[in-house]
Design a protein around this ligand. Structure first.
Ligand code: NIG
Ligand code: FE
Length: 391
């Protein structure tokens, strides 16, 4: 028998249903209630009209928002790079080369060590309200290590991304073309059964436009969908490649021209902004206002990884997006929930509507605005994923 749960006395409910509430994509409802049946939302509305349920919890006037959809992370790795971070804070620049440090540590780690580190980070995310997470490979860079990275990631999420084209590993330093052949050949064959997405780091020092196109096209031919690391460290062709191949999302977009933004909007490619990277590498933030003005779908994600952004916190990303990228609190929350879902081509998660998975959190605050207004404060209370309380 399916058990129902009434979440009652919600002071402010964010549904992300534009049909609810006037003038905001957040679909706000005051004095609201939600009924969960099994793992899905069964009813949403004014609390005075709520149907009876088997059990109830009292939100005590707090805000309830959809679970965060963190659409970009690199959680399968070993070790950390705290010394590299400390050196950066003393003035050293971030470079793609640091990835090799993590590749070496990851190759040496056992499957159990990688799985335990992944589980630790996913649990850390869940405590901060993340209920859907995308996880990339990319610190193995051999057929066996990329394949096992994705097999391990697939145990915690269906949003797995093959990133064999993260950087050219030292073993192929003199023959990058042979490495691209490996990535588009035997490594793809090993990875594809465990992956939904294919990704490439298109950047000076990583892969150029031609290589990036080859990687994404090969992944698509193997049944994967494309996403890309684009325009992170400088102006480059990554966004163009994303639009050419019909990627779901171009991620970073820190250095983008007006033409790039017009192309993203026309091609329906989301821009996934990762402000934890700019924060942790002390770099200029992307121009979110220009993207929104150009009609680009903007997602926010952590990019959690041991090099450029070792945060698992979507609330931090929301606070940075508001303070540093001039997004409104409403835009930032939408981008961290429905925007992330769009970047993953998901129309089920990122919203609280009838039939959707019951993924949500109760905030220790009367309004979602507090996520940006009270940065660094642990406002995420009870978190529910598929109707089950996680924390
Ligand atoms: O998204 N840009 C490439 N990959 C990661 C960084 C990985 C690392 O530094 O280890 C990123 O920022
Ligand atoms: Fe990344």
């Amino acid at each position: 028998m399916t058990v129902s749960l009434l979440v009652d006395n919600i002071g402010e409910l964010v549904t992300n249903d534009p049909a609810i509430g006037a003038g905001s994509r957040l679909g706000l409802l005051e004095d609201a209630a939600v009924v969960v049946e099994g793992h899905r939302v069964a009813w949403v509305g004014r609390r005075a009209e709520a149907p009876a349920a088997d059990a109830s919890v009292d939100a005590a006037g707090a805000a309830v928002v959809p679970g965060f959809v963190d659409s970009h992370s690199h959680l399968v790795f070993a070790g950390d790079r705290a010394q590299e971070f400390a050196a950066r804070m003393e003035g050293r620049a971030y470079s793609a080369g640091g990835i090799q440090t993590t590749v070496a540590a990851t190759r040496h780690a056992s499957d159990d060590e990688l799985a335990a580190n992944l589980a630790r980070l996913v649990a850390e995310m869940a405590r901060q309200g993340t209920t859907t997470v995308e996880v990339k490979s990319g610190y193995g860079l051999t057929v066996a290590d990329e394949t096992r990275s994705l097999a391990i990631a697939a145990q915690v999420t269906s949003e797995t991304t093959y990133l064999g084209a993260h950087v050219v590993p030292p073993d192929y330093a003199d023959e990058p073309a042979a490495y691209v052949d490996l990535v588009t050949g035997p490594m793809l064959t090993g990875a594809a059964p465990h992956a939904r997405w294919v990704d490439v780091f298109c950047e000076r020092g990583a892969f150029d436009a031609e290589q990036a196109r080859a990687v994404l096209r090969a992944g698509q031919a193997a049944g994967l969908q494309a996403r890309i690391h684009a325009n992170q460290l400088g102006h480059g062709p990554g966004i163009e490649v994303a639009c050419d191949v019909g990627a779901a999302s171009a991620d970073h977009c820190t250095f983008a021209t007006a033409d790039d933004l017009a192309n993203l909007a026309a091609a329906g490619v989301a821009a996934t902004l990762l402000p934890g990277v700019e924060f942790s590498t002390r770099s200029p933030y992307p121009d979110a206002r220009a993207m929104l003005a150009a009609g680009v779908t903007v997602a926010l994600a952590t990019d959690c990884n041991p090099g450029s952004s070792y945060t698992s916190s979507m609330p931090l990303c929301i606070a940075l997006a508001v303070r540093e990228m001039a997004m409104t609190p409403a835009e930032a929350l939408w981008s961290a929930t429905a925007g992330g879902a769009a970047a993953l081509r998901r129309d089920d998660v990122g919203r609280l509507t009838v039939g959707a998975p019951a993924d949500f959190m109760v905030l220790a605050a009367p309004s979602y605005v507090h996520l940006a207004y009270r940065p660094g404060v642990p406002l995420v209370g009870a978190v529910y994923r598929r109707g089950q309380r996680l924390s």
